[in-house]
Design a protein around this ligand. Structure first.
Ligand code: B3K
Ligand code: ZN
Length: 878
């Protein structure tokens, strides 16, 4: 399809559905090549709809129609029209029963949307518009229906038959031809995107949970038999999430059973289908041997996220897909709070902000920028973005900051109570928070419609005579060209002031931290009784998703790095110091000047932090980490990738050599081969592996041997992979034997082999692209498995900027070739990959031309999915 044929959908065109479906009865006769779907829908005209279109238009794709009946009578062909996207029933009555029979083919469904085959099981993915690939339906989130499902399948091939809700009737009824049947009923009305079914030969871990009101809920985690030993962490995570949501948000689970199924073929992380979550194996399976500490944390976070959707998404859902951030932003905020509670608040906040600023800020500064409530789209699957999720969560966080914990909770309670069972808008969410608190968020709502990352410039002045200290702000919205007339936003700025000894000043009474509410383009705040000029600590906890510009001296930054009581800002001050010197080094490299030395005071602060281990060792590791190259790149107007790598390395080597003895001592003190999965062991591992990373920058034989020894003796994946990651950048002739050994050890564990592929795809060695091309020919590489595609091509395009941006254009060409190959298999994953070519404006003109040439080549290709077509054309036109 060419760009001109793309149909754009606009928020402003939203109208309520003309028909509604009160009851949906589905009958599946399942088989991998030919599944028969019979649906019986109770349909009626929506009394709230003013439109007078006499026809009912149902959505359906890739379906083979067998039979169609209205109120029990077969429909004659002149009473309906069928095309490749719709089934139109002409002039039906105001209330009727529609029966549809159709066939689908799960095994040819490589798009992994609708009903598809993953290894030997059958499963579904319906969000956003996959249900229409199962049968014809009003496949839009504001049509909510009560679903009953009957599944019939071969007993041996598919002994486990699951769908949403509670089981009804006797479990798996035996039928003729070695078949059996299962029935499910979901009492909660839901949109079709939350429908799910799974059929397969699966092993199950069972447990139960008693809710706060004393109801017993069966918990079941389904996996392929050989993975059963990796499910206990997922189960524990689910129980933690259920308890936390009761305590933090007063949300109790509602069905008798909660199921999670892990599948190997999945387009994203997981899916919150009512009562039957379907997960990418990556976010369920975890054992110490095969999963890193980060994997363990991610499993808990994603299990929490999908569980929290039961209220923020399922009980209260979205009116239309423009409201996606209503459920996603809010649920990400909820999962962030959960992880902070389970782990370390400071560490969680730093990791989230790091991700937001590195990747979401980049998205918001490029051609794919959009507000958290977009006003138009071509393919909704392209809008499951960092902006909708992560910036969406930041917007909810600001509301939380402005209302405080109690006010926010009151607002959420009202939201859930008022809209339970409904499909609503982001506006409704904000209104509930306003009504519960007597607040006015009229101006705040701009955050939902404005794209771009605002910049806030700060200046300060101290009046010695008056003993006053004034902090002045100016906000600018750097949003993309399409949106003129920017109004000032409401920006909560958390602030504290430090005296010369690093002590916090009292600002209002006993408070040492305060939230200033910026509402104007320019605004000043004056503090009184300030006896000496303080050092300001601004935007504590990263209280708003903005770029802060302030001119602190290096001494002030170091002062904050040493003393700030706000854990986020203390870390931020250190990062600012380091970024400042890395940028100075880049400048020196570009202008062939002498590289500036790191000031003794900064090295001294590092030394002091290293000498005094903090209680939170995981936080300490972050304090001592360098800003990532990707984060630094986001801040450069034109990315000079080679200078960036060089400068980063120089600063790392300086810190490594100046503090060599300490890194080494801490490495040994914290390296315990047999350590467990308790939080202290996890923190020690992150600290120890940071030490190893600095030490490896010294490029000595001793350190290399130490790293090899860690690799060879590791008894957990965190240590093994950390060592292999270090070795991956050494010459291929050196590292090949370690990669071979790793492969032999783990060749039967798909998720570990994904790591093996990804590390090679991210290697800095000169022949990296050649190796990556070879990896795509490896017998274990498979274009139909998204995890594999992401671990090779995705990792190369997003995490190997050095080789992806090679000046001969070979990296871009390789990725474009694979986008085209993948497009005919799985458009959603192909479109994700195409995002990597959208940042061309950040590069020099040679690279700009090279990237644009690849984008144009993709755009000109026929056929091309609307998924990829939309990304490529938006990238080129901006
Ligand atoms: N809601 C799903 C994402 C669906 C993506 C569809 N392309 C997972 C989540 O955010 O919880
Ligand atoms: Zn979600």
């Amino acid at each position: 399809m060419s760009t001109s044929e793309q149909k754009t959908i606009y928020l402003k065109d939203y109208t309520v559905p003309e028909f509604l479906i009160s009851k949906t009865e589905l009958h599946f006769d399942l088989s991998a090549d030919k599944t028969l779907v019979n649906s019986r829908l109770n349909i009626y005209r929506n009394p709230d709809c003013k439109k007078t279109n006499p026809d009912l238009v149902l959505m359906g794709e890739e379906l083979t129609l067998i039979d169609l009946k209205v109120d029990g009578e077969r429909l004659h062909p002149e009473h309906y029209t069928l095309d490749d996207k719709t089934l139109t029933i002409h002039n039906p009555s105001a209330r009727f029963v529609l029966e549809i029979s159709n066939h689908i083919n799960p095994s040819t469904n490589t798009a992994l949307s609708g009903l598809y085959k993953s290894n030997t099981m059958l499963c579904t993915q319906c969000e956003a518009e996959g249900f229409r690939r199962i049968t014809w339906f009003l496949d839009r989130p504001d049509v909510m229906s009560i679903f009953s499902v009957t599944m019939v399948a071969d007993k041996d091939e598919y002994p486990v038959l699951l769908s949403n809700g509670n089981r009804t009737g006797s479990p798996n009824i035996a039928l003729a031809d070695n078949k059996h049947a299962a029935r499910w009923h979901d009492p909660f009305p839901k949109p079709s995107y939350l429908f799910a079914l799974v059929a397969g030969d699966l092993a199950c871990l069972k447990d139960s949970f008693t809710t706060c009101s004393g109801r017993e809920v069966a918990l079941e985690v389904y996996v392929e038999e050989h993975d059963l030993d990796k499910t206990s962490h997922a189960m524990q995570s689910l129980k933690n999430a259920m308890r936390w949501d009761e305590q933090a948000f007063g949300r109790e689970y509602d069905l008798d059973i909660y199921m999670i199924v892990a599948v190997s073929h999945f387009n994203m992380g997981a899916m919150e289908n009512k009562g039957l979550n379907i997960f990418n194996t990556k976010y369920v399976l975890a054992s110490e041997k095969t999963a890193t500490d980060a994997d363990f944390e991610n499993v808990e976070a994603v299990i929490g996220h999908e569980y929290f959707h039961n209220w923020s998404g399922n009980r209260v859902t979205c009116r239309d897909w423009f409201q996606l951030s209503l459920k996603e932003g809010f649920t990400v905020f909820r999962d962030q709070q959960f992880t902070a509670h389970q782990t370390s608040e400071a560490v969680k906040r730093i990791k989230d902000v790091n991700m937001l600023r590195t990747h979401q800020f980049a998205e918001d500064a490029g051609p794919l920028s959009h507000p958290i409530r977009p006003s138009s789209f071509v393919e909704i699957n392209n809008f499951y973005t960092l902006t909708i999720y992560e910036k969406g969560a930041e917007v909810v966080r600001m509301l939380h900051t402005l209302l405080g914990e109690t006010g926010f909770r009151k607002g959420c309670d009202l939201y859930f109570e008022r809209y339970d069972g409904q499909a609503v808008t982001t506006e409704d969410f904000v209104t509930a928070l306003e009504d519960a608190n007597n607040a006015n968020f009229e101006q705040f709502k701009q955050w939902y419609s404005q794209a771009g990352t605002p910049t806030v410039t700060v200046t300060t002045s101290y009046n010695q005579n008056e003993k006053t200290y004034t902090v002045s702000f100016e906000q600018h919205n750097n949003s993309p060209s399409t949106q003129a007339d920017k109004e000032p936003l409401v920006i909560p700025i958390r602030l504290g002031l430090l005296d010369d000894n690093g002590k916090e000043l009292n600002l209002h009474g006993e408070q040492t931290s305060t939230v200033l509410e910026l509402t104007k383009a320019e605004q000043s705040f004056t503090f009184t009784d300030i006896n000496t000029e303080p050092t300001p600590s601004i935007l504590r906890g990263f209280s708003a998703p903005i770029k802060l510009q302030q001119t602190l001296s290096i001494e002030q930054k170091i002062h904050l790095f040493q003393h700030d009581k706000d854990a986020f800002n203390r870390w931020e001050a250190g990062q600012n110091c380091l970024s400042y010197f890395i940028f100075k080094t880049i400048d020196a490299i570009q202008n062939h000047h002498k590289v500036p030395p790191l000031p003794d005071e900064l090295v001294g602060t590092f030394r002091a932090i290293l000498q005094q281990p903090l209680a939170d060792l995981a936080y300490q590791s972050l304090l001592l980490s360098l800003p990532s190259k990707a984060y630094l790149a986001e801040q450069m107007s034109t990315i000079d990738i080679d200078a960036l790598y060089q400068a980063h390395r120089i600063v790392k080597q300086t810190l490594a050599s100046s503090l060599q003895d300490l890194w080494l001592a801490h490495y040994h003190a914290n390296h315990h081969v047999g350590a467990g999965t308790d939080s202290q062991s996890i923190a020690q591992r992150s600290f120890k592996n940071l030490c190893l990373d600095y030490l490896m920058a010294l490029e000595t034989d001793e350190v290399r041997s130490m790293c090899i020894q860690q690799f060879e003796t590791a008894r957990n994946m965190t240590d093994q992979i950390a060592a292999l990651a270090e070795l991956s950048h050494l010459d291929t002739s050196i590292n090949v034997s370690y990669f071979d050994a790793f492969y032999q050890q783990w060749k039967n564990e798909d998720l570990v082999i994904d790591k093996w592929f990804a590390l090679q795809a991210c290697s800095e060695t000169t022949d990296a692209l050649h190796s990556v091309k070879k990896l795509t020919q490896h017998p274990d590489f498979d274009m139909k498995t998204p995890n594999r595609v992401r671990s090779v091509i995705g990792a190369f395009a997003t995490a190997n900027p050095l080789h992806f941006n090679a000046i001969d254009g070979s990296g871009y060409e390789f990725v474009a070739d694979n986008i085209l190959l993948l497009d005919s298999i799985n458009p959603q994953v192909a479109a994700r990959l195409a995002n990597s070519l959208s940042h061309w404006k950040k590069f020099d003109s040679t690279r700009q031309q090279l990237i644009k040439a690849q984008l144009s080549r993709i755009q000109a290709h026929t056929p091309l999915s609307k998924d990829v077509s939309e990304i490529v054309s938006r990238s080129l036109t901006a």
